[in-house]
Design a protein around this ligand. Sequence first.
Ligand code: SAJ
Length: 413
Amino acid sequence: MSKVCVVGLGYIGLPTAAMLASRGHEVVGCDVNARAVEMINSGRPHFHEPDLQMLLTAAVQTGRLLAQTAPAASDYFILAVPTPFKEGNKPDLSYVDAATDLIAPVLKRGDTVILESTSPVGATQALTERLRSARPDLAFPHFQEEGDVDVFVAHCPERVMPGQMVRELLSNDRIIGGMTDDCAKSAFTLYESFVSGRTSLTDCRTAEFVKLIENSYRDVNLAFANELSLVCDELGLDVWRAIDLANRHPRVNILQPGAGVGGHCIAVDPRFIIDAAPRTTRLIRAAREVNDSKPQWVSEQILRLTSRFRDPVVASFGITYKPDVDDIRESPSLKVVQTVAKQTGTRVLVVDPNVHELPTVLRGLNNVALVNAETARQEADIVAFLVGHRQFRRLDKKLFLNKAVVDAVGLMA
Ligand code: SAJ
């Protein structure tokens, strides 16, 4: 068993740290968020994810996982920090840089550094260069140049789906891209201790690109579904029925349209490819535009209905970025609520079984309130279904027959 330091105890880092601890590794989790560190050490995750509570309780009780705000000397370092984008689709690698600077002083001969954050092509090489400058006393690898090094560096992009992370951490296939073959092999030794899926080894640039194309593939397919929903609206057709029928073809598998594409991955990662090859990426860029414009289109559908009422009340069912999670990052439904509430001053009642307080961006708006489903149904003139949470799928459609409905996710279909 090894000593592992996981830097960044968020949606990816915390389940990974707890999973490694459950496999007998001695894990130190490191995060700048002191409140998260405190919660984790008392066995409570700072966000909801199925099965994580159980995994974390065991990890903390056995003493194999300790969270702290500073890194600790280890054999493996996993960096799982955010990689957002800046103006003009540019990747913002400041969190990766900060994590790299944090671990540099505690690195020693024989260690392996693994970047799990989704990153633009070249990020692992840049990270290695940063370590080389910080620690001239250690030998770091050069891309695809085999030879003796003190510290191995690899990229193993995370692939887990929020809502089923614990299961997917174990069962998903993984890609490990090394600065050199030896780097990939060294990282593999750690992943084979808990991954039951197949792990493929490659170079770090390929691994970076593979992760980006996985999420871009999904973004393009989501854009196709979202575009179909606009076309069906224009033609007066039922998009849910049309997709359902088309999907009965053996080689057609269209995704479901929604209020837009959110989350911290699919709405972000394709931009790293666009930034790297701006003239070539016409399709990926168009998909981003289609998906990015969908919340505005849904907002307009609602706004059009508000003009039918003198003092309308809008109920928004769902505010998270997708069904059955509590994550509101880049949430399209949240954007819809913001737009409707700000543009009209209309009262907006938000219902979300996974959210227990209004997000900061809505707290300043005194026409928005978080209520339960029954209150919203009784008081609303217009009902907008924006997220297909499990609880909403069980709602009796007949209860909404006397409402004006905007159904962005096919709950009433
Ligand atoms: N969505 C739809 N219709 C669908 C499916 C999804 O509108 O039929 C929407 C969701 O509501 C959400 C967005 O798309 O707003 C993205 O959700 P998702 O479930 O497709 O994906 P994420 O962002 O939760 O997780 C993705 C996954 N990537 C792929 O499936 C290729 C996951 O495996 C990655 O680990 C994750 O990104 C990541 O962190 O990169």
